[in-house]
Design a protein around this ligand. Structure first.
Ligand code: NAP
Length: 304
């Protein structure tokens, strides 16, 4: 797309989220690229008429590339509000696909490891059988299918994303800070779920690179290497400068949640690598996040 159009217009939906904010950072200020960034208050992706207006009647003409970073990502809330999850995660990608098809724009949609049942034992490939076990996973899978109805659409699955916003790394560092201040319990983190932790900044750059490679269809993209949540917590607390702080290992069944968590979420990213796009290791991703302007370590007095 970029090669074919020297001047490209990009629309990013869900621009206020972790990935959306990083996408805007990646796209802003690059000569030849015009960015229309819409957060939820500026474009509700479930509103068919608003979506049509944003794409078909965009000032300066319809976008060449539409990246949908909007989603209902609170997996437990999806269990209690399945209709909303269905509207945002499943139907909205269909609305976007329809308008992208109408104006010839490329749709880029982001999905998740939750489309798998988590019973795997080797990294998941793009065409491994899907079997979501939660409302979040089921609605995201439906969203993939609908997004792919747009010609040339790119659907990218990622996992365990952290970046500017609420995420596991920030939650752990806040809990560690409270504990050290004598105001909270010790850290207990699950060590029997394996995944591909991914920094939203690296994911955003990789998505843009895949578009530049004219990739279409289904891809997996994540920071390289596998980890458990305990590994991520330990690395974050160490990076904060508190290697002495104990982090207790617990099992998934010790912390029951409304939505089942996949035990195995490691993504095979070799297809993206073959397209020339690979992301650094998850430890480098963690370092980049903790060094970024949005780092929870930058708040006055520490992560609390
Ligand atoms: N976070 C993860 O661990 C993870 C893992 C794998 C894949 N993904 C996928 O990666 C993508 C980006 O996720 P993220 O981590 O950046 O999530 P995020 O921080 O929760 O961002 C999602 C954004 O979408 C917005 N949104 C919700 N409903 C909307 C609507 N109807 N219209 C417009 N915007 C709406 C949210 O706004 P509000 O905050 O106001 O609701 C939020 O700003 C999603 O497709 C997600 O499924 C995420």
């Amino acid at each position: 797309v970029v090669g074919r159009f020297p001047d490209t217009r990009w629309l990013v939906t869900g621009a206020g989220g972790q990935l959306g904010r990083c996408l805007c950072d990646s796209l802003r200020g690059i000569p030849g690229r015009a960015l229309d960034a819409r957060d939820r208050s500026e474009l509700d992706v479930t509103d068919a008429e608003a979506v049509r207006r944003a794409v078909e009647r965009a000032p300066g003409g319809p976008p060449h590339v539409v990246i949908n970073a909007a989603a209902m990502t609170q997996v437990d809330l999806c269990e209690s509000e399945p209709e909303r999850a269905e509207r945002v995660n499943a139907r909205a990608p269909g609305l976007l696909a329809g308008v992208c098809k109408a104006v010839g724009a490329k749709l880029v949609h982001v999905s998740t490891d939750y489309v798998f049942d988590g019973a795997g034992s080797r990294p998941y490939r793009e065409h491994d059988a899907t079997a979501p076990r939660s409302v979040y996973g089921r609605t995201k899978l439906e969203g993939e299918h609908r997004a792919l109805t747009a010609p040339g659409a790119l659907v990218v699955r990622s996992a365990w994303v952290f970046g500017p916003g609420r995420n596991f790394v920030r939650t752990i560092l806040e809990a560690a800070h409270r504990h050290l201040a004598g105001a909270g319990p010790g850290l207990r983190v699950v060590d029997d779920q394996h995944g591909s932790p991914t920094y939203a900044g690296h994911l955003a750059a990789g998505l843009v690179a895949l578009v530049e490679q004219e990739a279409a269809g289904l891809y997996h993209l994540a920071n390289s290497g596998a980890a458990t949540w305990w590994d991520v917590a330990r690395a974050a607390v160490d990076a904060w400068g508190h290697p002495e702080l104990p982090v207790e290992k617990v099992r998934t069944e010790d912390v029951p949640r409304p939505a089942p968590r996949p035990a195995w979420s490691v993504l095979d990213v070799r297809k993206a690598e073959r397209a020339g796009v690979s992301l650094p290791s998850w430890r480098e991703g963690l370092r980049a996040y903790l060094d970024s302007a949005a780092s929870p370590l930058r708040r006055a007095g520490g992560p609390g």
